[in-house]
Design a protein around this ligand. Structure first.
Ligand SMILES: [Fe+2]
Ligand SMILES: [Fe+2]
Length: 207
């Protein structure tokens, strides 16, 4: 594809992500019958799944921006493959939010724009840094999801099944990016990424 095509694909992805027009290619995990949740469990699950949905909105933006700026076709196609699995995550978390009677973050356009800008910077720094950024992001997301497995209400098996599958996928995304030649990022950069993620997750918990 030439650069105009790539830009159009990116714009299309942004609109789809923000408008909720995405479809999973794999079935949603955990689709068994479920007991009704108490009001407080439902509210907690809704807040946690909204945070995870925001994470997936950001994943779309990051992977799109990094695919746009990648130097080699191989890296670009790896970014696009991972992005397709992220689309499943996005669709699953969106669906679960609906089932819980909750809503996505109203700040999603802002999160998308911020993550896209960060992805462009990472991509411009070259493929080794860009892949290293994927490794670190996916590892942090994986740890974050592990934390959610502790915090999700015990009765909410559906959300748990989704988060477990996402965690497995993120682990694989990190391994693949490392294998493809991702550089380890400097400590201060990793800390900065954690701080940014904290702002995003604590805000998305509420709005
Ligand atoms: Fe994901
Ligand atoms: Fe991922």
């Amino acid at each position: 594809m030439n650069s105009i095509d790539l830009l159009l694909v990116s714009a299309d992805n942004a609109l789809r992500t923000l408008a909720g027009g995405v479809h999973a290619s794999r079935p949603c995990p955990g689709q068994t019958s479920e007991e009704p949740l108490t009001e407080s469990d439902r509210a907690l699950s809704g807040a946690l799944m909204r945070v995870n949905h925001v994470g997936e909105v950001c994943a779309q933006a990051l992977y799109q921006a990094q695919a746009l700026t990648s130097r080699s076709d191989e890296v670009r196609s790896r970014m696009q493959t991972a992005a397709r699995e992220e689309t499943d995550h996005l669709a699953w978390t969106q669906r679960r939010l609906q089932e819980l009677g909750d809503r996505p973050s109203v700040l999603n356009p802002l999160w998308y724009a911020g993550a896209f800008a960060i992805g462009l910077v990472a991509g411009r720094l070259g493929d080794a840094v860009s892949l290293g950024f994927v490794v670190e992001t996916e590892r942090q997301v994986e740890q974050h999801l592990a934390g959610h497995l502790d915090r999700l209400p015990a009765a909410d098996q559906r959300s748990r099944a989704i988060v477990e599958q996402m965690r497995e996928d993120e682990q694989r995304h990190a391994d693949l990016a490392l294998e493809a030649g991702g550089n380890e990022l400097p400590g201060p950069v990793r800390l900065l990424m954690r701080a940014a993620a904290r702002v995003m997750t604590s805000t998305a918990h509420r709005i």
